[in-house]
Design a protein around this ligand. Structure first.
Ligand code: SIN
Length: 276
């Protein structure tokens, strides 16, 4: 069977039906859909953690997340878990995975193992679309700027008393020492398209601007970038794999399933330094 690629919106995202991530013949369709749509949901995968790892390795080396709890049997898989009693979900603020690294992860691959009876969707916002919608003078201004990203405030000692650290869902707070400077507008390493590369969770300030200027500019960009016109929303079914492009998207886990469990396996794949 040939896999079918169905766009989720006119801007970003696609579902893939009839594909098996283990099948070499399906790989070219999956790879091209990822480049074209930035986030793909490959429905109904009956795979093991080893299959998940093998699929991730088609894209590149695995980048083990320092802060998420690893799966005991497969430490290069991170557990993304919300228990029925937890009030917070991992990743519920708009963000781009690993933007605090000097070579941020290229993609993340999330496998849905156990889902709540409703809710628990993941939203994505295209930073290509956010860039394209800006005026030419704003594009020129932003094109000359770089911004700092950090893991310290999000995963460091200050978070030790948060529910996710106390409950063992996040760890290694002492390893949250990463700061990275990236262009505010990047050229995507695969597509060659321009994308905005700042995000509300990890970007701290714009290099060289006075603090009020940096705050005002980031506030404008954070509001602009989450326009629903640039978004798609993944409604998970058990077995789905969703993989997203961290150089072209923000994402956000929706925390609307109080009292229920949601359990996913996530792998991030190594990226490269980002350039204008
Ligand atoms: C994440 O931010 O990586 C988790 C997304 C999700 O759980 O939907």
């Amino acid at each position: 069977m040939v896999p079918t690629v169905i766009p989720m919106t006119g801007t970003v995202g696609a579902e893939i039906h009839g594909a098996d991530v283990r099948n070499d013949d399906h790989w070219p369709t999956i790879r091209q859909a990822f480049i074209d749509h930035s986030v793909i949901t490959i429905r109904a995968q009956t795979i093991t953690p080893d299959d998940h790892i093998a699929f991730a390795q088609r894209w590149g080396d695995i980048n083990v997340n320092r802060f998420f709890t690893p799966l005991e049997s497969h430490p290069n898989i991170a557990v993304v878990l919300k228990n029925p009693d937890d009030t917070t979900a991992i990743g519920e603020m708009w963000h781009t995975d690993h933007s605090y690294d000097t070579a941020p992860a290229m993609c993340s691959i999330l496998h849905a193992i156990d889902l709540p009876p409703y809710g628990g969707d993941t939203c994505f916002a295209s930073q290509y679309a956010a860039y394209d919608a800006l005026s030419d003078p704003m594009k020129t201004f932003l094109g000359g700027l770089s911004a700092w990203h950090s893991s310290r405030h999000a995963f460091g000692a200050a978070t030790l008393d948060h529910e996710q650290a106390k409950g063992g869902r996040l760890h290694n707070q002492d390893k949250a020492t990463q700061d990275a400077l990236h262009p505010v507008v990047i050229t995507h390493p695969l597509s060659g398209r321009k994308a905005l590369y700042v995000n509300p969770d990890f970007t701290t300030h714009i290099e060289g601007l006075a603090e009020p200027e940096s705050k005002a500019l980031l506030a404008f960009l954070f509001e602009h970038c989450q326009n629903p016109d640039y978004q798609c929303r993944v409604r998970w079914q058990e077995g789905d794999i969703t993989m997203w492009d961290n150089r072209a998207l923000w994402h956000k886990a929706i925390n609307d399933y109080a009292g229920h469990r949601r359990y996913m396996h996530r792998i991030t794949v190594e990226g490269c330094a980002l350039t204008k």
